[in-house]
Design a protein around this ligand. Structure first.
Ligand code: AHM
Ligand code: MG
Length: 334
């Protein structure tokens, strides 16, 4: 007889007490992300119908302006996170500055900070390719009941209390960690429930997939070029397979399941790379480490980098441990 699958809601309640700051608030926070994910998923799934029901910039039947999906996702996550009296500050890829939530109110006991990329890889939407949401959660460092400051957001990735992503793919999934391994939940769209489908996810220690935008090859540092050539060389279990979707979440997700490395190095065009430390690299690095993988900028562990700006970019290598270590070796010896 098949065992009943656990829902995300049941999993959150069951695991609440194993979390070191157990107060139920983090569980409520994850729950609010679950809710926003469903709403955004519904909208993302309709993206192909824009020609029929109206493109962004059009006016809908109620006379409201239609929004671009990344703007829509941003609003939905912010609205949902703001309502619950748990979060005191939000930073988003879509907002220049952080948003302080009721932080002038002395009675406000909210202690969590959320950093979010509401719809990453959004250029893929127009062509029906999967996109994702990435989130990262911290406890504030300034006193509760005072206004949040930039200092609350510029914490090292190693201080994260939870992180995860939603992948809007052939199935929609939430994958997250609270520092006790990584679990993945798949949405059953017929009933709007996420089920635990991928318990205790782990990167294979070795892999055979490398994911990088090779269009930038000539602009990459020599160490990265050397590593790419190593991946392509006919020797042992190589050449590796090249797979690049151009949606960080999807490339990461596939590599975690199959074994692989994702790279967005710096280049002569982008001196710091492209990806943002606080809401793209740190949460993925936390997930990677919790899944027995690794993340670095080629020289330093991502989660040890002390951020100096909200929208800071860093070079990013992430994936199966042995592959990341090999790439680091090439970069450090070039
Ligand atoms: P975005 O935040 O503007 O969507 O950019 C992030 C995305 C990642 O998901 C993806 O891996 C990368 O940018 C692709 O960049 P490129 O097209 O330069 O290869
Ligand atoms: Mg992004």
């Amino acid at each position: 007889m098949s065992r009943k699958k656990q829902t995300l809601g049941e999993f959150i309640i069951e695991n609440q007490t194993s979390f070191k700051y157990t107060s139920g608030e983090l569980s409520r926070l994850i729950n609010s992300i679950r809710l926003a994910a469903k709403v955004v998923n519904h909208e993302v799934n309709k993206a192909g119908l824009v020609d029929i029901i109206g493109a962004a910039g059009d006016t809908n039947i109620q006379g409201e302006d239609q929004q671009k999906l990344d703007v829509y996702a941003n609003e939905k996550f912010i609205q949902t996170l703001t309502k619950r009296n748990i979060v005191c500050g939000i930073a988003s890829e879509e907002e220049d500055d952080f948003i302080a939530i009721n932080s002038q109110d002395e009675n406000n006991q909210n202690k969590y900070i959320v950093l979010i990329d509401p719809l990453d890889g959004s250029s893929n939407i127009d062509v029906n390719v999967s996109v994702g949401t990435i989130f990262s959660i911290y406890r504030r460092v300034t006193p509760i009941g005072t206004p949040v400051t930039l200092e609350d957001f510029l914490q090292k990735g190693s201080e994260q209390v939870a992180a995860g992503y939603i992948v809007y793919g052939t199935s929609t999934m939430i994958v997250y960690t609270t520092g006790d391994g990584v679990n993945g939940f798949t949405l059953n769209p017929a009933i709007g429930t996420f089920y635990l489908s991928h318990p205790d996810m782990q990167f294979p220690v070795d892999g055979k997939i490398y994911s990088v935008n090779e269009g930038n090859y000539v602009h990459f540092p020599q160490g990265v070029k050397n590593y790419i050539k190593y991946c392509q060389m006919e020797e042992g279990d190589r050449p590796y397979t090249s797979r690049y979707i151009g949606s960080l979440v999807s490339d990461f997700h596939r590599n975690m399941i199959k074994g692989g490395i994702y790279m967005y190095p710096k280049s002569s065009k982008n001196s710091e790379g492209k990806l943002r430390l606080l809401y793209e690299c740190n949460p993925m690095a936390f997930l990677a480490e919790q899944a027995n993988g690794k993340a670095s900028d080629g020289f330093t562990r991502i989660m040890e980098i002390k951020p100096t700006e909200l929208h800071q970019r860093v070079p990013f290598l992430c994936g199966s441990k042995n592959m990341v270590e090999k790439a680091e070796e090439f970069m450090q010896n070039a």
